[in-house]
Design a protein around this ligand. Structure first.
Ligand code: NAD
Length: 295
């Protein structure tokens, strides 16, 4: 069993660190927020006085932070305190450039490093069923995999440093666009007098089938576990979808890729967020689509 430092004990990091402890690892954590530290402590995670103190003697260091600037700043602070040859893993969703800058910091300090953003949300973090999309060399991935397995059920090596973040933003761009498409189809069906269930029964077994429809249906009824049945409580908040679509747009501009629907999806979720719905599940975008209709 490994000695693991875990920095960023928020909605995702808290339960992920708790699962590492449950799997028998020694876990020492750190966060800036007292409440996050107290919850993690109650779950068996030891609490250090600082990020640098948490990594002393660690075989593996994990960060789960809001954005690229936090990751680069924390890694800059801690890399020299980590034992040479140890592994550092960032599980946050961040821009590809910051991910690569973090890898460079690690490699200069003699550490193995992996970018390993996740899919599966808070439910997946609590249930240890996350999917990890990993970027890094083969040695770093081999060192990270057994630890990630205590927090997830699918661990994919996507390629070189930054490839995990690239996979994450491409996947979430598909998700953001397809949820709008499904919402538009239900909004049109409503105007045409077609019931939600009838559209679902046809499209879920036809060429319109997709995850946004069959696992996360944006109208109440056809998929009982979807947030639409629970007042659009997240789930995955619209503000986080704006974040991921913005990362995709920034990456597309930097790489010279054309993503016209990704751009439009970002604009629609931004407008939904600006209207005060950032905390609403992203499937609630159907409400925005309905509101755009001429009555
Ligand atoms: P969160 O805000 O709940 O947690 C982030 C934590 O980082 C906070 O507790 C904050 O205090 C801590 N933090 C910030 N700066 C720090 C520093 N310098 N030192 C120590 N701690 C610091 O966010 P979250 O929902 O846990 O998301 C974390 C990451 O995971 C984000 O990048 C997010 O995009 C990604 N993600 C979230 C979800 C989700 O459903 N919540 C799903 C997939 C990916």
């Amino acid at each position: 069993m490994a000695t693991i430092a875990f920095i960023g004990l928020g909605n995702m990091g808290g339960p992920m660190a708790a699962n590492l402890f449950k799997a028998g690892h020694k876990v020492l954590g750190f966060d800036l927020v007292e409440a996050s530290k107290a919850t993690a402590k109650a779950d068996g995670v030891g609490i250090a006085d600082s990020a640098a103190a948490s990594v002393k003697g660690a075989d593996v260091v994990i960060t789960m932070l809001p954005a690229g600037k936090h990751v680069v700043s924390v890694w800059t602070e801690i890399v020299s305190s980590i034992a040479k040859g140890a592994t550092i893993i960032d599980c946050s969703t961040i821009d590809v450039d910051s991910a690569r800058a973090a890898h460079t910091l690690a490699s200069k300090a003699g550490l193995l490093s992996v970018d390993a953003p996740v899919s599966g949300g808070v439910g997946g973090a609590k249930g240890a069923t996350l999917t990890f999309m990993c970027g890094g060399d083969a040695r770093a991935f081999a060192a990270a995999k057994p630890v990630l397995e205590a927090m997830g059920k699918k661990i994919v090596h996507c390629g070189d440093p930054g490839a995990g973040q690239a996979a994450k933003i491409c996947n979430n761009m598909i998700l953001g666009i397809s949820m709008i498409a499904v919402g538009e189809a239900f909004a049109l069906a409503e105007k045409l007098g077609l019931s939600h269930q009838a559209l679902f029964d046809v499209s879920s077994t036809s060429s319109g089938q997709c995850w946004a429809l069959t696992s996360y249906c944006p109208v109440p009824g056809p998929v009982p576990a979807s947030p639409a049945n629970n007042g659009y409580k997240p789930g995955f908040a619209s503000a986080l979808m704006v974040k991921d679509l913005t990362l995709a747009q920034d990456a597309a501009k930097a790489a010279g890729a054309a993503t016209p629907l990704g751009q439009h999806a970002q604009e629609l979720y931004k407008a939904f967020d600006a209207a005060g719905h950032g905390g609403v599940d992203f499937s609630g975008i159907i409400q925005h689509v309905r509101a755009m209709a001429k009555s």
